[in-house]
Design a protein around this ligand. Sequence first.
Ligand SMILES: [Zn+2]
Length: 592
Amino acid sequence: MLAEENAQKAAWMPPARLTVQEWAERNLSLSSRSSSSPGRYSTALTPYVREPLNKTGELGVKSVTLCWAAQTSKTTTMLAALAYRIACKPTPALWAMPSEMLARSFSRDRLQPLIDDCAALTAEKPTDPDRFQTLSMSMAKMNLDLVGAGSASALASRSCGLVVADEIDKFPEESKREAGALRLVELRTRNFPQGMVLKTSTPTLDTGAIWQEWLLGDQRHYLVACPACNHQQKLEWEAVRWDQEARLEEGWDFRKVAATTHLICGACAGRIEEHQRTILLRSGKWVATNHDAPRGVHSYHLNALYSPWVSWGELAVDFLREKESPGGLRSFINSTLAQPWIPSAATIKSGEVESVVKASPDYALGMCPVEDPAVLIMSVDVQQTELWWVVRALDKSGSSYLIDYGSAIGWESIRSIYLQSYPTPADGKVFCSFGIVDSGYAARSAAGVYDFVAGWPRSWAAYKGRTVSQGMRQPVVFQEIMSREKLIPLYQGDDDLWKERLYLQSIQKREAQWYLPRDIRRDYITQLTGERLVERKGPRGALGLEWRTVGANHLGDCEKMWLIAASEWQRMNLPEYSEPEIPSLPVSDAID
Ligand SMILES: [Zn+2]
C-alpha cells in the first residue's frame, strides 16, 4: 500500500526542468465555483503572469510584489504559486488576508476546491479531517495557515518560509504602539534563509503599502510590441482613444464609445485594436526600471488594459461614467489603472511654493526687506544629529518674511545664529528677539532642549506638537514646567491645525501675507513639499484626513512652529523689537 502510494506520488513529482508555470498548467484546474474561466489552469490569455509566477520558484528571490489592477488574476497567480510549493517545494506557509472572514471564505471557495481538484495536491492532504481545517492545514510535508490581518497574535506566531499577503492595502496600518500587519507577517520569514514574501493589492494612496512595496522593488513593466512598427511599449491609459463622434450634446453615446475604443502606438501613432490584444500580450516581456532595488526584490505593475476579461471599450465607458464623481474617479484610478490616488487639493507641489516666491516682494535671502519689523523670530527643529532652523521677520501689519534658514550641529551654533544681525534696505540692522524650539523629538534630547531654553529666561520657549486624537482641543496651550530646578516655558500646539495654516492657507491658498525671498534654494522648496494631507480610514471605515510626511520636512516643521510663536507673540502683545538679551548662563551642547 505504502509502496503504491509512493509510486503514485512519484508519478506526480515534477521533472526538475518544469517551471512553476508549466507545473501549474499540467496539474491545476480552476473550479467553476470560484473562477470566471473554469477548467484547466492556463496562462495562454494572461502570459504576463508567467514571469512573476516562475520567480516564486526561484532561489534567491526574497519578495514578489504584484501592484495590479482588478481582474488581472493576481490572486489566482499567488494560488498557483502556493500549490506548486505544496506539491514540489514544501515550506511552512502563511496566507494573510485583510480579515479572518475573507481568509475563511477564500479557504472554502478557492483554496480547498483547488486542492480537491488536483491529484498532486490531494495526495498531500492529511487523512485525519482534524488536521485539515479551514484556517489550518497540515499537509504531508508542510503546514499551511490562513489568517486575517486584524489578529496581531496570529500574524506574529510561528516562523515560516513563505508568506502570501493578499490585498495588503486593506491590512490594518501601523499604529504608534505596534508594527503594521504587513511588517508582522514579513518578520515571520526572517529566520528562513530562503524565506519569501508574495504581496498583492490594487493600490489606494501613494503612501499605502502596495505602492511603497512597488517602489522598493525593481519596478517591472510589461512592454508589448506594436503590431505595425514593433516598438516596445507599456499599454497606457494616455494612449486610449475613441471616436469624437460618440459625443452627444450632453454626455456620450456609450455604445459608440465602446465600439470605437482603441490605442495609439507611442512611436508610429498607428491604431492598435482590441482584437490584437492576445497577440500583443504574447509579444510582451517584463522590463525592470529600478536598478537600485535590492537583489531578489521584484515588483510588477499592471493596469486593466492588459486584462483579457475586460474590454478597452468597457473601460472607456467606465471612465466617462465615473470621472465626474471624486469617488468614481478615485476607484477608476486605483482599480483600473492600478495607480495610487493622490488627493490633489492637499498635496503641496513645488510650483505652489514657487508661486509664493513670485508673489513676494523682491528681496534676497539673508536680508530683512522691512525697515522696522515688529519682531524677528527663530524656530528650531531638533533631529537626532542636526538642528534645523528658520529666521523670519513679522512686520506690524502681520506680514512675514523668511530671512534665512539652514541646519546646524550643536546648540552653540544655534546660539550664534540667533545673535546674528540682518541688514535692512536702509542699511539698518535687525536681530532676533524670540525663539521657539521643538522638544518633542525624543525624551533623551529634551534635556538638551530644556537646558538651552533655560539659558534665555525671557526670549526662548519649548514646543511640543500634539494632535486632536492625543487630546489637543485648542490651537495652543501655554504652561511652565520644571526642569533641573528651572521654569521652562512650554507651548503645546495642535499640529494638524498649524500645518493647515502653513500648507493650505499660507502656501496653497495664499490667504496670509507669508513671503519668501527671490533666491530661495531648492532644498527649502523640497522640504516644504514633504507634507500632504491624505485621507485615512478611521475605525469602522470612516474617512478622515491626516497629514503624512513624505521625505524630510524639517524646514516645514520650523515654519509651522514659527507661525505658533508669531501668533503667541502677537497675542501676548510682547514689547516691540529691542536689542537681544545675551544669556548669562552657559549653554550645554548635549544633543546626541
Ligand atoms: Zn507602432
